[in-house]
Design a protein around this ligand. Structure first.
Ligand code: SIN
Ligand code: FE2
Length: 216
């Protein structure tokens, strides 16, 4: 029984390819959502969500926090990973072990074994919040994939090409979806359209996205 379950995956979980190195796992997190949100809640008690400033001086509409050995930050000096939270001057909260294991499972299911994330960036989208088209390229290790988890309100994820001006595809990421991109898709441009208001039983008027990164 257990074997059958492993082969077929849990009910309602299915994969869709977004490229030779990119996989959209619909429903991956649904069964784990309450636990993941509880983990996120504990992290943001210690490292509260905040609106970072871009190097150009603009306030980001997405509020962010991190857990893990380092965290992604942005300010007038640029984008970078750093071991301490600039707001508290303390180390970022540790990455909850179950959260890390789920990210590794998603990577593994997508053909990336040995994924060893050291950073989890937590993005909080209130209605209207968006993320412009960008590449994830601040990591020293570009051979490891990015694993993204979506919770709460649905959002339009913009999945582009290798150049900013490349053709884009718009896909609706829903509560519980995971996206994994690595290999030749690792440097694809991507972004999120302005969040449409709504109400989700677990997150209220918000979407929460986690991205797991292996920076070294
Ligand atoms: C990101 O690119 O860091 C976030 C993607 C998302 O919110 O889906
Ligand atoms: Fe990104």
């Amino acid at each position: 029984m257990q074997d059958l379950f492993d082969i077929n995956g849990p009910e309602g979980v299915w994969q869709e390819s977004l490229g030779s190195g990119a996989t959209w796992i619909h429903g991956f997190l649904v069964a784990h959502a309450a636990q993941v949100l509880a983990d996120v809640g504990r992290v943001v008690e210690h490292a509260p969500y905040r609106h970072l400033t871009t190097p150009g001086g603009k306030r980001m509409s997405v509020a962010m926090s991190n857990c893990g050995e380092e965290g992604w930050v942005s300010d007038r000096a640029g984008y970078r990973y750093q071991a301490t939270d600039p707001q508290t001057a303390k180390p970022w909260p540790a990455m909850p072990v179950q959260l890390r294991a789920l990210a590794q499972q998603a990577a593994d299911d997508s053909g990336y074994d040995n994924f060893a994330p050291d950073v989890c960036l937590i993005n909080y989208y209130a209605p209207g919040a968006r993320m412009g088209l960008h590449q994830d390229r601040d990591e020293n290790n570009l051979t490891a994939p990015i694993v993204s988890f979506s919770l709460g309100l649905p959002a339009v994820f913009i999945w582009g090409g290798w150049q900013r001006t490349g053709k884009t595809q718009r896909i609706m990421l829903r509560h519980g979806d995971a996206v994994v991109w690595g290999g030749e898709d690792r440097l694809r441009f991507h972004g999120v359209a302005p969040l449409k208001d709504g109400e989700h039983p677990l997150t209220g008027h918000a979407r929460i996205n986690l991205t797991f990164r292996q920076t070294r």
